[in-house]
Design a binder for this molecule. Structure first.
Ligand SMILES: C=C(O[C@H]1C=CC=C(C(=O)O)[C@@H]1O)C(=O)O
Length: 441
């Protein structure tokens, strides 16, 4: 496991100096972002945006979540914090995203921004984070965003095959179905990628603005070149309450509202989709149970309507028990952080399969693609460990060496009754948000 941070490792670590103040309504959060390395976690206009980099930790391997958490604790150990708002997302905040696979070179990255602007309902705030300085006055937001360059369109976009060409992907699915019918696994989630080539280097804000407008019920995120709008919340942990929005089971929308209502009814009664969904819900409920004194797992999913697809969805909730046997929390008396919960939940059967270890091995054998940070946890956490982590879906990764090259991802849950051609069509529907967000019209 390796970690890396922007501070000189041999130097005496300087304390973080953090100040949060209430500010007047700054308008749309995403509109505040700079072109370089924007950070975002926004849904329905609420959430956090950030920029600048006070600290950066890079982690790899099976221990990547724990390593990230311990670096964050170290950074906070001597922090000087003045928080005049005291809400989730105020005070010290770090954004992070992690690879799906423990062996992935993508590992994970934690970024502590210089400036965070947040909104929760009618309350808006700004946090400034620095190293080693004394708490001073907070610069005005106007000063912080004065020299923003206008958002630029990417120009014409062409798409080429990713690791597995689209016309060969149904074979991959067929092999997954065969493995299920042979009794190897109950469910496996298989994914593909597509490469977008833009005329101009991508301005991430172009994509984020469009995703935020088109998919307001999703969590629009941006962390270190990974951009997307995910409908799936891996876990939110806030003052002892945990929530997870589990999705699995999908049908494409037609564009005709009347026809889509009929499709919603078909989805809600599809035994293939209900089976796919049940595996995902169980994986989340089972992973949360050891941490919770009580959980609420809906018996029946609801249908989530997105502009491109309809999903079967279940909101699983729980109350954290402060100390479960055998845990760090049992020793410390502290509840697990949101990142510890995300680590315990990942990978759910919405992105991996059932049983998890066999599905993971099957993905490695069949998929023919390095997932990178696609399908991994992405989100933010604060000094008290509370935070929100989505599953990085409906997303794309900008090539760090070529901002005209962007990798888009989509995957599908496969069960015994899955049809390869239908799954290819479903993956196209899941690519639609990013394809559209990249278009210049
Ligand atoms: C793996 C993806 O979606 C998951 C989440 C919702 C529905 C899914 C499905 O119906 O297959 C997938 O489990 C993806 O969008 O890349």
């Amino acid at each position: 496991m390796s970690t890396l941070q922007t501070q000189d490792a041999d130097a005496v670590p300087q304390p973080l100096v953090v100040r949060t103040v209430a500010i007047d309504d700054p308008g749309t959060l995403l509109d505040l972002l700079p072109v370089d390395a924007p950070l975002a976690w926004v849904r329905r206009g609420d959430g956090l945006v950030g920029w600048g980099e006070v600290l950066r930790f890079e982690v790899t391997g099976p221990d990547r979540f724990r390593a990230a958490e311990s670096r964050w604790h170290d950074a906070l150990a001597h922090a000087v914090v003045r928080d005049e708002v005291d809400l989730p997302g105020t005070g010290p905040v770090a954004f992070a995203s992690f690879a799906f696979d423990e062996g992935s070179p993508a590992g994970g990255v934690v970024i502590v921004p210089r400036v965070v602007v947040g909104r929760r309902g009618a309350t808006t705030w700004m946090t400034t984070i620095d190293l080693g300085a004394r708490i001073g006055t907070v610069p005005s937001l106007d000063a912080a965003v004065r020299d923003r360059t206008p958002v630029a369109a990417p120009g014409a976009v062409t798409f080429t095959d990713g690791a597995v060409p689209a016309d060969r992907w149904p074979d991959v699915i067929a092999r997954g179905v065969a493995a299920i019918r042979a009794g190897e696994v109950d469910k496996v989630v298989l994914a593909r990628d597509v490469i977008a080539h833009t005329t101009h280097p991508l301005d991430p804000r172009w994509v984020l603005d469009r995703l935020g407008d088109d998919y307001p019920s999703c969590w629009t995120f941006s962390v270190d070149g990974l951009l997307g709008a995910t409908p799936e919340l891996l876990v939110r942990s806030e003052k002892g309450l945990v929530t997870s929005r589990v999705l699995a089971g999908t049908i494409r929308r037609t564009g005709d509202d009347h026809a889509d209502l009929a499709r919603a009814a078909i989805l809600a009664h599809s035994s293939k989709d209900l089976e796919e969904h049940e595996y995902a819900v169980s994986s989340v409920a089972d992973a949360l149970a050891p941490f919770c004194s009580s959980t609420n797992v809906p018996d029946v999913p609801f249908v989530l309507h997105l502009p491109n697809v309809l999903h079967l969805a279940s909101d699983v909730t729980g109350v954290l028990s402060s100390a479960h046997p055998g845990s760090d929390a049992a020793l410390t008396g502290l509840a697990p952080s949101s990142l510890a919960l995300a680590a315990a939940l990942h990978p759910t059967a919405a992105v991996c399969g059932t049983p998890t270890p066999v599905a993971r091995a099957l993905i490695a054998r069949l998929e023919g693609m390095e997932r990178g940070r696609y399908a991994g946890p992405v989100g933010w956490f604060g000094a008290d460990g509370d935070g929100e982590w989505g599953i990085a879906l409906r997303c794309a990764e900008v090539d760090p060496d070529n901002a005209r090259r962007i990798r888009l991802f989509a995957g599908c849950g496969i069960v015994a009754a899955s049809d390869p051609a239908s799954e290819l069509a479903e993956s196209e529907a899941k690519l639609e948000p990013m394809r559209h967000a990249l278009a210049s019209d």
